[in-house]
Design a protein around this ligand. Structure first.
Ligand SMILES: Cc1ncc(COP(=O)(O)O)c(C=O)c1O
Length: 380
């Protein structure tokens, strides 16, 4: 990297005075957990989504784990899910002894292929755990119909898709099954670490609030516990950041969309680089990451190294989870899900955050085009 070149990171949260103000309110109140800020955050989040209630937890993984428990999935149960995802969605099944059964993804959306899922249903199948990968909405109406046909539960991993719109024009996470969101620092909104689960009804909400708090029933005293629970509480300091972020979420989403559009314009004509789609019919992506697909003749890992030398962070995104040792041990092997595996081999996440400048975007695109050209295999 030349001395003058500024490092362009992969992601970065946009935090400001409102976050500082609300965090300070919490610190001055002395109510650092289970205080009013947590409730304010939950209400504001539910309002943004247009649902009755939402339960804040310590991470997206915690939200998924509680969802698996609410659906009663456990030993002997099989749940259909996507191999092209972050490992948390499969891990949360393993926590409860349920088996993730993978089906390949749609080559365009990279979300679970509905026909493949329908073909994979057996008498052991109890549920679906689809993911809205990279903020693109899964085929929710079709998945819902499939679940209904076979009496399956649905746990929605929308951890990457807050604000996405599905093919029926509905905001992702509002369909009446358990849906989950995550607030790690690279997400559309952040609490540092944190997550949210949208319950199906008030009883489920009460159970979730109990299980995130060591199984304490809402109307019981501090040290009375009537079920197994966890410490999945979100601190009020984190909730304060979350409230400030929800307040400005529409603007954050707009800024992300504008950065994506600027990338899209520049990459539309770039050889051997396929840019992600923003919308199709009613479907609208919520921009979490900006992941391009490089042509097969391009050495993706060499591109990453070359970009790093020039001060630009990028990442292979995502490995297929069925090949991780603890999951492959269930009987999975390379070659089983060719569409997911091909995406894993050639996908590349570029720097992407709401405050990215035109100059930064331009520099990434110029360096990317040069890296792709320099590292492609075969005759020139
Ligand atoms: C698809 C998906 N599922 C689950 C999670 C888990 O969220 P967290 O890291 O907050 O536990 C993430 C976030 O990283 C994710 O991208």
């Amino acid at each position: 990297m030349s001395d003058a070149a500024e490092q362009i990171p992969l992601s970065g949260p946009e935090l400001g005075e409102r976050e500082e103000e609300l965090v300070l309110d919490v610190l001055r109140s002395g109510r650092l957990s289970l205080g009013p800020m947590g409730e304010r955050f939950e209400r504001a989040f539910a309002e943004f989504l247009g649902v009755d209630d939402a339960v804040a937890v310590s991470s997206g993984t915690a939200a998924l784990h509680l969802g698996v428990r609410q659906l009663g999935w456990g030993p002997g149960d099989e749940v259909l899910t996507s191999p092209f995802t972050f490992v948390a969605s499969s891990n949360c099944l393993l926590y409860e002894g349920a088996k993730p059964v993978f089906v390949d993804v749609d080559p365009v959306t990279l979300n679970i292929d509905v026909e493949a899922a329908a073909a994979a249903v057996t008498e052991k199948t109890v549920g679906l755990l689809p993911i809205d990968i990279f903020g693109w909405p899964a085929a929710w109406p079709e998945l819902e119909a499939l679940a209904e046909r076979h009496g399956l539960g649905v746990l929605q991993d929308s951890c990457e898709a807050l604000g996405a719109i599905d093919s029926e024009g509905r905001m992702v996470g509002t369909r009446g099954n358990f849906s989950t969101f995550a607030f790690y620092a690279n997400k559309q909104m952040t609490t540092g670490e944190g997550g949210m689960i949208v319950p199906t009804d008030p009883d489920a909400a009460a159970r979730l609030r109990s299980e995130r708090n060591q199984g304490r029933a809402i109307d019981m005293g501090w040290l009375d516990h009537d079920r197994l629970g966890f410490n999945y509480r979100l601190s009020d300091v984190a909730a304060a950041i979350g409230l400030a972020q929800v307040e400005k979420l529409p603007r954050l989403l707009e800024k992300r969309a504008a950065v994506a559009a600027a990338y899209g314009e520049r990459l539309a004509v770039a050889p051997r680089i396929a840019a992600p789609m923003a919308a199709r019919g009613n479907e609208v992506r919520s921009w979490f990451v900006y992941v391009v697909r490089l042509a097969d003749e391009v050495d993706r890992d060499a591109v990453i190294l070359r970009l790093r030398e020039r001060g630009i962070d990028s990442k292979s995104y995502l490995p297929s989870v069925h090949l991780f040792p603890h999951i492959a041990a269930l009987g999975y092997r390379e070659g089983q899900f060719p569409i997911a595996e091909a995406a894993s081999a050639q996908s590349l996440a570029l720097p992407f955050f709401p405050q990215m400048t035109e100059e930064q975007i331009e520099r990434v695109c110029t360096e990317l085009a040069a890296a792709v050209d320099a590292t492609r295999r075969g005759p020139r």
